[in-house]
Design a protein around this ligand. Structure first.
Ligand code: SAM
Length: 287
């Protein structure tokens, strides 16, 4: 594999033996970058999730190139073949139906295989629904959790929902419009109706919609609607501080119980502070 300094001086024209992961729009075709178009035009071949989708971009920008299909159904056969082509000097662009390849889309496995074979990978960044929704939400964005699509199996799903309910970080979830109401109901059960949320529908498209402010309001908004289009959900993390205020009386009781059981005020406060993720002085102040 070439070292990083070689990569950083790469020319804009595709080079032989390189795997390009090309980000494409999540709705508005004008979000494609000049670099992406250049790569799509000039690589040896473009491997796309659905050739019909990629053709829409190619046609709009008058690009023609060899397209092959590459998706979860044929990846086991296609990956070794593409690795061979790369080793023989071909340049390949990976394109998913929308957004960044590899983000809940094909791309991860081929880049993994290419990297373990010592091949060079270059990502041409583009739109991503998760990041677009996160930034639009206005929720804390320097630390966040991306869950993608939640697991369908009940036990796995409940585990993740429980984690989300306790998470202080902003959480981003992808969901199909058919299952949005069910997921909102589950979020209500696990997180309560007051938790702040933003449901982004059809981002970057003509009928883009961003619905908030809390789970109760969003459930009410979608209740009588037939939900269609692409959906991304952004959930604000819990505020341990306000949770602390809500739970003050039960913590005071815990503190008294621990002291009655023989712990010193200092030891009991330390224990409760750790358990509740707050400062020891805040537990002290309860007395
Ligand atoms: N690779 C894509 C990306 O970078 O965002 C994600 C692909 S994943 C198969 C498709 C999911 O992304 C949709 O079900 C939806 O949850 C979300 N999504 C894609 N486009 C969207 C849009 N325009 N508005 C809202 N969510 C979108």
């Amino acid at each position: 594999m070439n070292n990083k300094s070689t990569l950083s001086h790469r020319k804009e024209e595709p080079e032989n033996g390189i795997l390009y992961l090309v980000g494409t729009p999540i709705g508005n075709l004008n979000d494609i970058s000049q670099r992406a178009l250049n790569i799509l035009q000039n690589v040896s071949l473009v491997a796309c999730e659905d050739t019909r989708q990629t053709k829409k971009i190619m046609n709009k920008f008058n690009i023609s190139n060899k397209l092959i299909s590459f998706n979860k159904h044929n990846s086991l056969i296609k990956i070794p073949k593409m690795v061979r082509d790369l080793k023989h000097g071909k340049s390949i662009a990976i394109v998913s139906d929308a957004g960044m390849p590899g983000i809940c889309d094909p791309g991860e496995d081929i880049s993994n295989s290419a990297r373990s074979e010592g091949l060079d990978i270059v990502c041409i960044p583009g739109a991503c629904a998760a990041i677009t929704a996160l930034v639009s939400s206005g929720f804390p964005s320097s630390n966040f959790v991306f869950e993608g699509f939640l697991p369908r199996k009940k036990i796995d799903r409940s585990k993740i929902l429980l984690e989300i309910s306790k998470n202080e970080k902003t959480t981003i979830i992808y969901e199909s419009p058919k299952r949005l109401k069910k997921l909102l109901k589950e979020l209500y059960e696990f997180c309560g109706g007051d938790r702040e949320i933003m449901v982004a529908r059809e981002l970057t498209k003509k009928f883009e919609e961003q619905v908030g402010n809390n789970i109760n309001e969003v459930i009410e908004f979608f209740n009588a609607k037939n939900v269609i289009g692409e959906i991304t959900i952004v959930l604000k993390g819990i505020n341990k501080k306000s949770d602390f205020n809500i739970n003050k009386s039960s913590m005071k009781k815990d503190l008294n119980d621990l002291i009655n059981a023989g712990l010193s005020l200092s030891a009991a406060s330390k224990y409760l502070a750790k358990k509740n993720g707050v400062k020891k002085s805040e537990i002290y102040n309860l007395i």
